[in-house]
Ligand binder design. Structure first.
Ligand SMILES: [Ca+2]
Length: 311
């Protein structure tokens, strides 16, 4: 317990002192409290009082967007060569009814942060019906899709896909994750309400994109989706990065707990404070909670440990 308390205070210090760190090509949000000036929201998305970014709620046929406020330089302005990038985030999809919700969320790189005219439902808040497939969209997304739509060739109702200017994915795989020492993919239910850690890494020299998933904050060496792709025609010199989510007739709440992004380097794991305590016993959690509220009073912080979605 003593060792765990030291870890707690260390992480609390990190949490309170660096909830938001940002530069023009690198940022990290361990939570989103106080991030209002750095995150642009539209649709039904909101930053909750507890610092969790909630992209959608149970409202049917709705859209939620959250983008980093400033555009990011994706190319060398002299040579035109695109840069490598790395992003990591912790998310959860909590369906309206057990195992029944929709539609999904997508990490998104786009030329605008509004995505005007985009539709909810199967369009994930990314496109409308007429612009699908158009080169002028300049949209790259990694979708975490929980509804099977045959018109887009969705492989199932629980998949990860690479979407370039369209919702017909260029590559997709059933959602799984790997644990070290085991090359067999483990079943992963995207809409379980559990916190899921995702990493997206693009190597502009190798022309390779990797998506890695885990239920913990340590990154497995095996990615769930590795795709050879040249993203340079998709990216303009400056692009916006963020998330889009949508609901349909059935809804899910889509949450982001923490997010980091880095150009030309490995992004840090954000939100580790949220994940680090999942193995604590209820007794330890109660003690932690009491301490937290005491410390919260000292720091006038409003984060609420109880309001996290399912552990
Ligand atoms: Ca779908």
């Amino acid at each position: 317990m003593a060792k765990k308390l030291i870890i707690f205070f260390l992480l609390l210090h990190i949490f309170l002192s660096s909830t938001v760190f940002s530069r023009s090509d690198e940022f990290i949000f361990h939570g989103f409290q106080g991030a209002g000036n750095n995150i642009s929201l539209n649709g039904v998305s909101e930053i909750q009082h507890n610092g969790i970014l909630k992209l959608t709620n149970d409202t049917p046929r709705s859209i939620g967007h959250a983008f980093y406020q400033s555009p990011i330089n994706f190319k060398n302005l002299t040579t035109g060569k695109d840069f490598s990038f790395s992003t990591a985030f912790a998310f959860a999809i909590d369906p309206e009814y057990e195992k029944l919700g929709g539609h999904g969320l997508a990490f998104t790189v786009a030329k605008s942060k509004e995505l005007k005219g985009a539709l909810p439902n199967q369009y994930l808040g990314l496109f409308n019906a007429t612009e699908l497939g158009s080169f002028s969209n300049h949209v790259f997304a990694v979708e975490f899709d929980t509804v099977r739509n045959f018109e887009f060739g969705d492989i199932n109702d629980n998949h990860v896909g690479i979407d370039i200017n369209s919702l017909a994915s260029n590559a997709s795989v059933p959602a799984t994750y790997f644990v070290e020492g085991n090359s067999t993919g483990q079943e992963l239910h995207l809409n379980s309400g559990k916190r899921i850690q995702a990493w997206i890494d693009y190597d502009s020299t190798k022309r390779q994109l990797d998506v890695t998933l885990s239920l913990s904050s340590s990154k497995p060496s095996l990615s769930v989706l590795s795709f050879a792709v040249d993203l340079s025609p998709i990216f303009m010199d400056y692009m916006y990065v963020g998330f889009s989510a949508s609901t349909g007739l059935l809804a899910s709440s889509h949450y982001i707990f923490g997010w980091s992004f880095k150009m030309n380097g490995q992004s840090s794991v954000p939100g580790s404070i949220f994940i680090a305590f999942t193995s604590w016993t209820q007794k330890e959690s109660n003690a932690l909670n009491s301490m937290y509220f005491f410390i919260r009073g000292c720091f006038h912080d409003t984060y609420n440990w109880d309001s996290l979605v399912h552990n």
